[in-house]
Each structure stands twice: as structure tokens, then as C-alpha cells.
Design a protein around this ligand. Structure first.
Ligand SMILES: *[C@@H]1O[C@H](CO)[C@@H](O)[C@H](O)[C@H]1NC(C)=O
Ligand SMILES: *[C@@H]1O[C@H](CO)[C@@H](O)[C@H](O)[C@H]1NC(C)=O
Length: 392
């Protein structure tokens, strides 16, 4: 890194670091190798078709993708959804460089923590990196809640820890989820977080599992049988409570001098085509093969604004900076990119369902390669090219 860049970064980061961590001028952000231009908001921009740069990898050449996300292997007839690149408005940033990322991860541990959308982003990242690592110098294993990808010649691991609501719950290992019996522990989260200690880059998410439309049962205190002292809360209130626990854990366990923490915002679903102005009876993502245009997107979306606000508000209060990777808005345009019916299904569709594929189309999860590759590009920019005027 050049002296000038260092100085620029340090200047930008100094007031914040001084305030949050008592650090001196010149510390910069760990992992930064450059800076985004001033005023660059990478979440604002447009999807451009770019058949030279996309897909970032081929579905068939990445062995780590789960069969729930391999759309081509499950008969998806079109590939258009693979060919879009996100172009931030008015700023041009270096494109994803797997070698650079691996070199920066040398001797380090990167960990994703969250739900299946976060796992999709994790799998996307190892697909984006693995071609730069020779065969025999990489491995992948999953045991219980933890998956570990090793880049042996870099002495680096990239891991995923399954904790869909981040906090401990009574269904963490459940095969069948009985939504109405869910209980979430509101108090310390060591059952999961002991696996997070020592990570140099942490990438959290959590949103989908809170959106049951029901109140959430929270267990207070440290009771072991998860049955006593339960209070019911609105989802937003319970979500805030758990995010506060995560922030508290980060403040006590993460050293901002050599680690970075990110939170990926809500991944939108496309279960109702009226949101983009298509009034077809029962319409959803199924018929969509092209992104939603700016004009169509002016229709309302189904997000709960209160939940989205909660994420930003709680994280902004953290004494250890938490970078927000804001994927919500840009993913809203991508009704075309869900797995729909082209995925491994856990039950054979009934004849009635087959007659109307929309009825069992998955409009929540994303095909790989696809939209999560762009989330990783955003993460890459935030990690290695943070904006001077927007340190987080
Ligand atoms: C990617 O990064 C590596 C390591 O920093 C560098 O040598 C290489 O030139 C970069 N590749 C591109 C295409 O920029
Ligand atoms: C993400 O971006 C959207 C739209 O640009 C904004 O409304 C929302 O507040 C942002 N979320 C966070 C947590 O910053």
C-alpha cells in the first residue's frame, strides 16, 4: 500500500477509530489495500449485462454448491440470470481478484455465521476462490453446524457456521421445524459463539427466520431445559434483542485492530408479482427471466421496514465497527434469479402442483452462480477498498 493511500485511509478512519476504540492516527482499517472514491455508495447502481465477466464461475466446475442451488443441473432452461453484473453508480472499483483475496487471507480465518442465505453467499465465495488454488491444496468438510474450506498453501480457512437466528434456539439441529414451538434464548449466546472466537473476518446475517408473521418466544436467563421463563415478543423486538447480544459479543471478543466484522442485510423474496406491477393471478418469481426494471421496481415491496431499520440502528451503536453489506435494494431487482422449481426438492410435487409450477416455485433462495456472487463483490469492496467518507 502506498504511503499516500495509507495517509488518506488513516485520515478517514481516524476520527471514528479514536472515538470507538481509542486508537491513534495511522491505524487504518485492517485488510484495506485501497479506497473507493469519495461519495461512492456501492449499493446504488444498476444491473448491466456482461457476458464477458459473468458468470463468475460455472455451476458444473464448482463442486461445493448444494443441490438446492444448482439450477442448471435441475433443468432450468435459461441462463440469462447468470449474466448480470452490478455496476455502482458513478464509481468504478477493481473487479474481484481471487489471488489478491487469498493472499490477504494468508494465515487467517474468515467465518460466515447465519442462515441458508448466508450459506449460499459462503458457497459462492469459495466457488469464486477455488479455481485459484491447485487441486490437492484445498479441502472442504462439514461437521454438525460448521463447514470448513481450507486453502492449504495459504494456511487460510473460510468457514460457515449455521445459526439462522444467531442466538441459541431449541431447533438448532431440528430436521423438522415446528414453527409454533420455537423458543429462542435471549441471554448470552456462548453455545454458538464459542465457535466464532478468533475469526479475523466475520460475516453475519439473519432475517428470514424472523419473518414467520408470528410472535417470537424468548427464553430469559440461562435455564437449561429451554422451557421456563418464556416471554412472547413481536419479531422486531426479539430481533433487536438478539442483535444487541451479537453486538455485545463482538465488542468483547473482536479486536478491531486486526479483524473486521460485517453484517449482510435482508435478502428479498419475490413471492407476489403484484410487487412489480404484474397482476397475474397467483404470479410470483416463476415466470420471470429478466431483472425487474427501475420503473417496475417503483411498486411497493413486502419487506418489513421496521426490521430493516432495526438492523441499521442496532449495528450503528456498536463500539467495534460493523460494516453493513447492504444487499437488500439491489437484490430486489432480481426476481429472475431464484431457484424456482429447478432445485433438489425434498418431496415430489403432486400432480396438482406439477400442473401449476408457480405453486411450488422457490422465490426465496438464489441459483449459483448468481446474485450472491454480487454480494461477495460488495463484501470484497468493503473489505479491501473501503470508502474514505464511509468507513463502515
Ligand atoms: C490479482 O492480484 C494479484 C495479487 O495481488 C496480482 O498479482 C494480479 O496482477 C491481480 N490480477 C489482476 C487481473 O488484477
Ligand atoms: C440498505 O439500503 C436501503 C436502500 O438504499 C436503505 O433503505 C436501508 O436503510 C439500508 N439498510 C441499512 C441497514 O443500512
Amino acid at each position: 500500500m502506498t504511503k499516500l493511500l495509507l495517509a488518506v485511509l488513516a485520515l478517514a478512519a481516524a476520527p471514528l477509530l479514536l472515538r470507538v476504540a481509542g486508537q491513534g492516527i495511522g491505524d487504518g482499517l485492517p485488510f484495506a489495500v485501497g479506497a473507493a472514491p469519495a461519495g461512492c455508495d456501492i449499493g446504488q447502481g444498476e444491473w448491466v449485462r456482461d457476458e464477458a465477466a459473468r458468470p463468475a464461475y460455472q455451476e458444473w466446475e464448482c463442486p461445493y454448491i448444494q443441490p438446492e442451488l444448482t439450477c442448471q443441473a435441475h433443468g432450468r432452461p435459461d441462463k440469462d440470470y447468470q449474466q448480470w453484473r452490478w455496476q455502482p453508480r458513478g464509481c468504478s472499483l477493481p473487479s474481484f481478484n481471487a489471488t489478491l483475496m487469498l493472499e490477504m487471507l494468508r494465515g487467517k480465518r474468515m467465518l460466515f455465521v447465519g442462515d441458508q442465505l448466508n450459506r449460499g453467499q459462503y458457497l459462492s465465495l469459495i466457488c469464486m476462490l477455488h479455481r485459484a488454488i491447485p487441486d490437492g491444496a484445498k479441502s472442504f468438510e462439514s461437521v454438525d453446524s460448521l463447514s470448513i474450506f481450507r486453502a492449504k498453501n495459504y494456511d487460510a480457512t473460510i468457514e460457515f457456521y449455521w445459526a439462522p437466528m444467531l442466538a441459541e434456539t431449541n431447533f438448532d439441529n431440528a430436521v423438522v421445524d415446528r414453527v409454533q414451538d420455537r423458543v429462542i434464548r435471549g441471554a448470552p449466546m456462548d453455545k454458538h459463539s464459542r465457535f466464532w472466537k478468533g475469526a479475523n473476518i466475520l460475516v453475519f446475517n439473519s432475517y428470514l427466520w424472523w419473518m414467520t408473521g408470528q410472535k417470537i418466544q424468548i427464553l430469559r436467563g440461562a435455564d437449561n431445559d429451554m422451557s421456563k421463563d418464556i416471554v412472547e415478543m413481536e419479531a422486531e423486538e426479539a430481533y433487536r434483542l438478539v442483535l444487541y447480544q451479537v453486538v455485545r459479543w463482538v465488542e468483547h471478543n473482536v479486536d478491531p485492530k486486526n479483524s473486521r466484522v460485517f453484517f449482510v442485510t435482508a435478502s428479498p423474496t419475490h413471492t407476489d408479482s403484484r410487487e412489480w406491477g404484474d397482476d397475474t393471478e397467483g404470479g410470483n418469481c416463476y415466470d420471470r427471466t429478466w431483472p425487474i426494471s427501475e420503473a417496475e421496481a417503483s411498486y411497493s415491496t413486502s419487506h418489513q421496514q421496521a426490521m430493516l431499520r432495526a438492523t441499521g440502528e442496532v449495528l450503528a451503536g456498536s463500539r467495534v465497527p460493523v460494516g453493513v453489506v447492504n444487499v437488500t435494494r439491489l437484490s430486489e431487482f432480481r426476481a429472475d434469479a431464484h431457484t424456482k422449481t429447478y432445485k433438489k426438492l425434498w418431496a415430489e410435487p403432486t400432480p396438482e402442483q406439477r400442473a401449476d409450477p408457480r405453486s411450488y416455485a422457490d422465490c426465496t433462495h438464489w441459483c449459483l452462480p448468481g446474485v450472491p456472487d454480487t454480494w461477495n463483490e460488495l463484501l470484497y469492496w468493503k473489505l479491501f477498498f473501503p470508502a474514505n467518507d464511509q468507513v463502515l
